[in-house]
Design a protein around this ligand. Structure first.
Ligand SMILES: [Zn+2]
Length: 280
């Protein structure tokens, strides 16, 4: 599932390509991904609106439209937003073939002539057209954005918690945007074992954790996110950060720091990758 760096990358890509454009027509190929309002009303309301601004909150992408409407996109497992040229342009046919058109669930035709597909293989994605995205139930419960936090805030937040550190970093009500990939990568770089209870972290470890969290997220955004499952950028190309992963997806391989074997355990039903020697 796209995490903060991936959704931020999509936001930045869209900012450069579709901002100011009008959505002239909407085709809904599978209404399951339209959560609000009903598909017909969604189509009718979105057509004719202009894309004013692109926002992100946690893992949620928000398109601010004209008429004070917001189109929210929750990518979930396999959601993608891919921009392509219209198929009538012969030389671009290859690009169309590569855009994953077969899993397109909703197609937005833009005033620029470009076409934006919401692809979603497994249909867990959620599109909504709403008046106020702040009022979405899961948004109201969402924790702060990592980049809005001071070290003092972060320490205060940790002090109130008694759980293990890895599931806590992934808890969207604790902090927004971090999922399985980045929780593993952040903890490796902070040299903290994912099973450590939060209350046992030393003040020094809390500082290192805070710094590595911001560093990893910033670097991942800089490299366009991690294409490990279905995530692609708006261009259809892969993000580049997976080659910087040090533990995620590296079970059984040697640690880049100490050559010990990277281990995978299960925590709360999710795979956790770590180096037992670097993260005692
Ligand atoms: Zn190691």
């Amino acid at each position: 599932m796209p995490e903060l760096p991936e959704v931020e990358t999509i936001k930045n890509d869209l900012q450069k390509t579709v901002c100011g454009k009008k959505i002239v027509r909407v085709e809904i190929h599978n209404p399951k991904v339209i959560r609000q309002p009903a598909a017909a009303a969604f189509k009718r309301s979105v057509e004719g609106l202009r894309i004013k601004r692109i926002l992100r909150r946690g893992k949620l992408l928000i398109l601010e439209l004209s008429d004070a409407k917001f189109l929210t996109v929750h990518f979930k497992m396999t959601g993608q937003l891919v921009l392509r040229r219209p198929p009538s342009v012969k030389k671009k046919l290859t690009a169309v073939a590569l855009s994953g058109k077969s899993s397109s669930r909703v197609t937005f035709y833009l005033s620029s002539g470009m076409i934006l597909d919401f692809n979603d293989q497994r249909l867990f994605g959620e599109l909504r057209l709403i008046d106020d995205w702040h009022k979405l139930k899961f948004i109201r419960k969402l924790g702060p954005e990592p980049f809005d936090l001071t070290l003092a805030d972060f320490k205060d937040m940790l002090a109130k918690r008694k759980t293990r550190i890895k599931p806590l970093l992934m808890d969207q009500e604790f902090i927004a945007g971090i999922g399985n990939i980045y929780a593993s990568e952040i903890l490796f770089r902070a040299k903290i074992n994912p099973e450590r209870p939060v209350r046992d972290l030393t003040p020094q470890e809390q500082i290192v954790l805070y710094r590595e969290m911001l560093k990893v997220l910033k670097s991942a955004i800089k490299h366009g996110g991690s294409s490990v499952d279905d995530y692609v950028r708006v261009s259809g190309k892969n993000g580049d950060y997976a080659r910087f992963h040090r533990v995620y997806g590296r079970k059984g391989k040697p640690c880049f720091v100490c050559s010990n074997v990277i281990k995978r355990i299960t925590q709360g039903g999710r795979g956790t990758f770590f180096c037992p020697r670097c993260q005692p």
